[in-house]
Design a protein around this ligand. Structure first.
Ligand SMILES: Nc1ncnc2c1ncn2[C@@H]1O[C@H](COP(=O)(O)OP(=O)(O)O)[C@@H](O)[C@H]1O
Ligand SMILES: [Mg+2]
Length: 322
């Protein structure tokens, strides 16, 4: 089998963290009493200790102004003090989660893992065979270790994009499957199940025995541009164009893969602010000048730059902007 180069020089942005809801933090209160000259005014009297929730962290302590205002309005549920205790994770709840059967998600044991074919930024990729049909697939494991907030947003995006992009020159997502945890400390693992493609372009180009004729290069570029046209006309940006993310089937059909960084384009509405995307996308060697200069309002052109770099690479056999 040809040498595979997966996840080469991957540059993916760090996971976005939701801002902490610290609107009731003590720093906020201090600000409320700070004089414009910088000196602190005398703090207002603290609520008596025996009021419900007065010692609990996160309890809403209203400023004197708020107290006056709130007396005019009936109290809503959100305005009251936070509940003293959050519902506990009980053994019954854990047991329920352990035995929960996700609808429409089959178990990974339906597939026989054969070998590891790629190590990307967000997980490993395995070649596997479906036990029922004998079909070869690629299982892309979704890393859940650092996910305190559940299913990773990058994987969720990848699934959503791929469901929308069913096309000959785009990798086919067959299904999602899960594996049960082996011990109580493990968490459930999810896999994206893709159709298996024999080669990736980075692997092919690094193999000196593989010689590409002009007509083959033209065909590959036609497939690549067809795939990109489908992506862009569906209002999606790929944002990680590079040879390692381009797969080629044994029939010689090119498939654009790795939608881990893809995202839908914002709709431009008259009178609305210009769209603003994260700047830390696209592997460095394939990154266009506007991104290097810090642009955040970019469009399909960033993928077209990558397509140009890949076209040149079909002759030079290594990334041209290393
Ligand atoms: N459907 C597939 N068939 C064969 N190999 C694949 C497939 N999907 C991925 N790979 C291999 O795994 C590598 C990493 O997969 P990729 O989807 O790019 O993940 P990452 O986001 O971790 O970079 C690819 O470069 C390729 O070599
Ligand atoms: Mg990749």
């Amino acid at each position: 089998m040809l040498n595979r180069v997966g996840g080469q020089a991957d540059m993916k942005p760090p996971q976005m963290k939701r801002p902490r809801n610290d609107g009731n933090s003590s720093s906020n209160q201090t600000h409320g009493y700070e004089h414009s000259s910088g000196t602190l005014l005398k703090p207002p009297p603290q609520p008596p200790q025996n009021l419900p929730g007065s010692q609990l962290p996160g309890t809403r302590v209203e400023k004197p102004h708020d107290q006056n205002m709130s007396s005019h309005f009936p109290k809503t549920k959100e305005e009251g003090p936070l509940p003293a205790k959050r519902s506990k994770i009980t053994p019954q709840l854990l047991n329920y989660i352990d035995n929960f059967k996700y609808p429409y998600i089959s178990d990974v044991s339906c597939y026989e893992k054969l070998l590891k074919i790629g190590q990307g930024t967000f997980g490993e990729v395995f070649k596997a065979r479906c036990k029922k049909t004998g079909r070869y697939v690629a299982l892309k494991k979704i890393l859940m270790e650092n996910e305190k907030e559940g299913f990773p947003i990058t994987a969720l995006r990848e699934v959503k994009m791929l469901q929308k992009l069913k096309y000959e020159n785009i990798t086919e997502l067959i299904e999602i499957c899960s594996s049960k945890q082996t011990s109580s400390r493990d968490r459930c693992t999810f896999y994206l199940v893709f159709a298996f493609y024999e080669h990736d372009l980075a692997g092919l180009l690094s193999n000196p025995n593989v010689l590409l004729k002009l007509n083959e290069i033209k065909t590959l570029m036609k497939h690549l541009l067809n795939g990109l046209y489908k992506i862009h006309s569906s209002n999606i940006l790929h944002r990680d164009m590079k040879a390692a993310n381009i797969l080629i089937s044994k029939e010689g059909v090119l498939k654009l893969g790795d939608f881990g960084l893809a995202r839908p384009l914002f709709k431009k509405l008259p009178g609305k602010m210009e769209p603003c995307y994260t700047n830390r996308v696209v592997t460095l060697w394939y990154r266009p000048p506007e991104l290097l200069l810090g642009a955040r309002n970019y469009g399909p052109g960033i993928d077209m730059w990558g397509a140009g770099c890949i076209m040149a690479e079909l002759w030079t056999r290594s990334p041209i902007l290393q």
